[in-house]
Design a protein around this ligand. Structure first.
Ligand code: PAF
Length: 278
């Protein structure tokens, strides 16, 4: 696997592949790779001739009081994991390479509506940061297909919408969440949990499971949300939301529509998000 840090080198590598007719898959990450990322890379491998992975902790998607500074940066370990997973190219740019005009002074991409609800309400500007960096990475890598984890379900829908609205010729694939044996969704932020919190953390998955079960049994969405929120509180979380939405577009539940339950909640210093389709 080759590692490049500047866009010109990335373009040189991908141009040669494209000229040879290779199909290129892309997995954008913020690094600190775990089994969830490895699954994205394995799925990418199965769908393309070449796999490009980016590792970039994107300052644009962190709020002023969020964890940008302490977000784990583990490029040496990530490189070894990517080699083992069969990636062909690692793109690990600096902030200056990605935002040469400065992070404030550049074109931004916003996906209105979808970006303003649920996580967007609790993390203002987050999805504009995600959409901007992903649009930029798409322009740099020019992949045929890009893969994202379903754990960040709202992010996945924001990116699908961005690609549709900007008519980008990129197939977007959502890959099911990889979980720890007790059900906790894999996330780089799980390492912010103390051992005691880690033992409690899978409650979020159990609460979502109970909510999905209640909805299948015909219980009203509002009651399920209230009960889920209370169950998270009882398990020691500080919930931001438990929400029942249409899986297609995160709109309010409507008759016959496939549903998803989403939750975001703090446990100590970690903000965990998870979701379950009904
Ligand atoms: O999901 C992530 O790791 C990030 O939000 C992404 C998509 C790499 C953009 O920075």
């Amino acid at each position: 696997m080759k590692t490049v840090h500047i866009v010109a080198d990335l373009r040189a590598a991908t141009r040669a592949w494209r000229a040879a007719g290779a199909r290129i898959a892309f997995v954008p990450t913020m690094g600190n790779l775990h089994a969830g990322h490895v699954k994205l890379i394995t799925e990418a491998r199965a769908r393309a001739d070449k796999v490009v992975v980016s590792v970039f902790v994107n300052p644009l998607q962190f709020g002023p009081s969020e964890d940008f500074d302490k977000y784990p940066r583990t490029l040496a370990e990530d490189t070894a994991k990517l080699e083992a997973a069969g990636a062909d190219l690692l793109f690990a740019p600096s902030v200056a390479e990605m935002y040469p005009a400065g992070r404030e002074a550049q074109t931004t991409v916003t996906v209105p509506g979808l970006s303003d609800i649920l996580d967007g309400e609790f993390r203002p500007g987050h999805f504009a940061g995600v959409a901007t960096v992903v649009a930029k990475l798409f322009g740099q890598v020019q992949p045929d297909v890009a893969l994202f984890g379903e754990k960040d379900y709202q992010q996945l829908l924001v990116i699908r919408r961005l690609v549709a609205d900007l008519a980008l010729p990129i197939e977007i694939l959502g890959i099911p969440t990889v979980r720890e044996p007790d059900g906790l969704a894999m996330s780089s932020r799980n390492q912010y949990l103390s051992p005691v919190e880690r033992a409690q953390a899978a409650s979020i998955y159990r609460v979502l499971g109970a909510a999905a079960e209640a909805l299948r049994a015909g219980r009203a969405a509002a009651a399920v949300e209230a009960e889920g929120t209370q169950a998270l509180r009882s398990a020691g979380f500080r919930p931001d939301y438990v929400a029942v939405r249409r899986a297609e577009d995160l709109g309010p539940p409507s008759p016959g529509a496939a549903l998803i339950v989403l939750a975001a909640a703090w446990l100590g210093k970690a903000r965990l998000i998870d979701n379950l389709k009904v």
